[in-house]
Design a binder for this molecule. Sequence first.
Ligand code: ADP
Ligand code: MG
Length: 578
Amino acid sequence: MSREQGSLSINSENIFPIIKKWLYSDHDIFYRELISNGCDAITKLKKLSIMGEYEEVDGEKYRLDVIVSPENKTIKIIDNGIGMTVDEVKQYINQIAFSGAEAFLAQYKDKTNEEQIIGHFGLGFYSAFMVADRVTIDTLSYKPGSTSVHWESEGGTEFEMSEGDKETRGTEITLYLNEDSYEFSNEYRAKEVIQKYCSFMPVEIYFTNADAPIEEKKEEEKEEIIDAEVDADGNAVENSDADDTEANEEEKVEDKEPKPINNPTPLWTKHPNDCSEEEYKEFYRNVFHDFKEPLFWIHLNMDYPFNLKGILYFPKINTEYDSVEGTIKLYNNQVFIADNIKEVIPEFLMLLKGVIDCPDLPLNVSRSALQNDGFVKKISEYITKKVADKLSGMYKVEKESYEKYWDDISPFIKYGCLKDEKFRDKMKDFIIFKNLEGKYITLPDYAEANKEKANDKIYYATDLQQQSQYINMFKEAGIDALVLTHNIDQPFISQLEQQDDKLHFQRIDADLTDSFKEEVAEGEEADKLKEKTDALTELFRKVLNKEKLEVKVEKLKNENVSSMVTLSEESRRMQDMM
Ligand code: ADP
Ligand code: MG
């Protein structure tokens, strides 16, 4: 092949400043782009092999290598995938900047707000130039008789191409980092980024720090062996027998076996029938670093009409005031995209913890476009439906578990009902409430049991201690009440009332029902009551400094209670709102 030189594309001088600006907040994304290109190259080769267009060598292992050199400030990303011929480099690398840039500019030139962007997809290879001054590609195509290609470019606007010397199939990308980006050749930083984006990419990724002092490792091992030969009192153990030494050596050999830093077959890619309870829990611990066990989970597995897989966990909430903050990690073909993309995942589901992998998502569009995308809406509705199905199914066939989990899941369900009409419609018959005896009942249950004494009201307590006097009175009178202690309960019951005008909730310490009052006959007693009312009205008006305050005095049936002050439900709610 003759030496060739040229200019990348007419748009290239515009594109780099924009790329840099656009991706400024997360320039670590180049790792994801280059590694996912390597994965793609391997996936393509596997496909060709299935189609019979490529014959796999016996025992062939596909792999990706990331090799950093903090001393030289370089990063190499090597795959043994499909590789590229000269023509392919010309077409995909040299021209992508052209076609890519056009699409890119058309889509983003007016959108400087980084918040808008989700995927950073479609930028791919050129993201390398965010962190590198010089990038080289060495590649050899799987096609028989191909010659290898060496490509390089400084700053990304001009390239040089020549025959290369790569002898093995695949592609090797080398980044010579720019001054601001040296950190990415640091072992810990590199691993951190790779783990963020590539933990579940479908090909094994091996990480090497080329400058890691090998000697040091040996020293450590030596020390360990020495340690092992000293007993608890610090005396050298005399006769470490041959067996021990053998075992030690075996261990060492095992230790040296390099392990991939990712998991190419995450749990969500398996069929739900093939996953054990322990696997689900372990996956939860690993991904969310939450060592409280999840309550239960939903494994989403859908092929039609769109492709969607994932696992949603209901986390354990510690106290009723625990802020519930979930994370839903979104993937596209096992490539991490972002956490909590609210355009795709209904907001109330963000209280859960989970992973969702949807290869069909159009991620290279802006967020606002995503919001109006009918397909995205369908995905979001599907997820909502699955969650509601799981919960209602549990209510129907595992009532005991449902009740057991209720305190933990009810804030989530109530929030869902407040936020999502479809979810509410599906869940409304499966909302339960704890009553004064600690039993779980539905609203129809309550109405039925209290229809004689409750005056069509639904009484509720919000604080078992503060309202204990009222609670006792209710218990004595044989009227039940619901216990609603979470701060989502107030908006939730307001919504129930709005949905059904026959429902009236009333706090247990608001206006008393007739069952607690005694009729006062005309005559002396009534006059006395009138006197008291006038006196109390004057007193309260003065103390509260409210000229027009209405005070009503009534006689209690219960002789154990000397007096109580109540505030009407309406006034109290008004006050709460203020
Ligand atoms: P995209 O991945 O979205 O197509 P990229 O800019 O990341 O865009 O890559 C452009 C093209 O270059 C790829 O579609 C592929 O054909 C080719 N390519 C990039 N990296 C590799 C690689 N490691 N092996 C083989 N081909 C590659
Ligand atoms: Mg790519």
